[in-house]
Design a protein. Structure first.
Length: 290
């Protein structure tokens, strides 16, 4: 492990395992659409790399979408990979889902060649995103597909006016989060700022962009318990990571929303929903015919 894993602004990914797995699980309907879309643009997939897999929800889904394929889940979080391994075993996929510990963009030498690389919300945690895409592209066979899931719309889980606090809470949290994200990126080792035009970044990494699609997760109110659990955990995480930015009113509102005993809280109110949109950008490694 390199030094930057001990930096104070560093995210403790292993500690986020339960939340990432829960998030992945509630997003399965969206991830399935994305996997189906990728299947339609790739043929004869025998090996798949999930780069920055976290707890492996999509790794397992890709193994089911491509039943001939071996999937390699790569992450720098050892406990996240253990989680991915347990998940695969629980689904009878232990033979086809492997895990590989690596600090991206390095550590991929023994992983390739693969027919498909999937990477969701991981490249933006790497300082030089074009270099990261290029490293992922090098794992591809000619004509292989790289799909990065980056961007989309901010998630929504409550109406604008929730009857407590000042209306527009989520929009204000989004604005605070945008600044925090900029600071997070600036603090990354080797940070390079780029116009976040993903097809252009994929082209800069030597690939041919082949399409961008946004997938929707639309779980209307009343939300089932797993969705409430996720929303409550997401909210608790926001409250923590934006602690020094949120004003006192909004902090109090978040406290009430997170309180399982408060009738206005996420656990008990009837209007909780989950609406999210995630964008996937696909690009192909030039093949013999191009
Ligand atoms: C926001 S999570 C996304 C997880 C999963 N792909 C998803 O979409 O839910 C980012 C993931 O990237 C991993 N990650 C961050 N920096 C990394 C690095 N330098 N090398 C490998 N993995 C890294 C984290 O451990 C974490 O699992």
């Amino acid at each position: 492990m390199t030094d930057h894993h001990h930096h104070s602004t560093e995210i403790d990914w292993d500690a986020m395992g339960p939340l990432l797995e829960l998030e992945g699980e509630v997003q399965i309907p969206l991830l399935e659409q994305a996997a189906g879309w990728l299947r339609g643009r790739s043929g004869g997939v025998r090996r798949v790399l999930d780069a920055g897999s976290g707890p492996g929800v999509m790794s397992c889904l890709l193994a089911r979408e491509f039943p001939e394929a071996e999937v390699v889940a790569v992450d720098s979080g050892r406990e996240l990979l253990d989680r991915a391994g347990r998940r695969a075993a629980g689904q009878g996929l232990a033979e086809r889902v492997r895990t590989h510990l690596a600090d991206l963009p390095g550590g991929l030498d023994e992983v390739g060649p693969v027919d498909l690389v999937w990477s969701s919300k991981a490249v933006h945690h790497l300082g030089d995103q074009v270099a990261a895409l290029a490293a992922l592209a090098r794992c591809l066979r000619p004509s292989g597909l790289l799909a990065v899931s980056e961007g989309g719309l901010p998630r929504r889980w409550l109406p604008r006016d929730i009857g407590i606090g000042r209306p527009g809470l989520q929009e204000r949290l989004d604005a605070l989060n945008a600044d925090r994200f900029t600071e997070m990126r600036a603090a990354l080792p080797g940070s390079k700022s780029e116009v976040e035009d993903w097809p252009a970044l994929l082209a800069a990494a030597g690939l041919e962009p082949v399409g961008t699609r946004t997938f929707l997760l639309d779980l209307p109110a009343p939300a089932p318990p797993a969705v409430r659990e996720f929303v409550a955990a997401d909210l608790a995480r926001l409250r923590e990571k934006l602690a020094d930015r949120i004003d006192a009113d909004d902090r109090a509102t978040l406290g009430r929303l997170a309180d399982p005993d408060d009738p206005e809280g996420i656990h008990r109110r009837p209007d909780v929903f989950l609406l999210s949109a995630q964008t996937v950008h696909a690009a192909r490694r030039p093949g013999p015919d191009s």
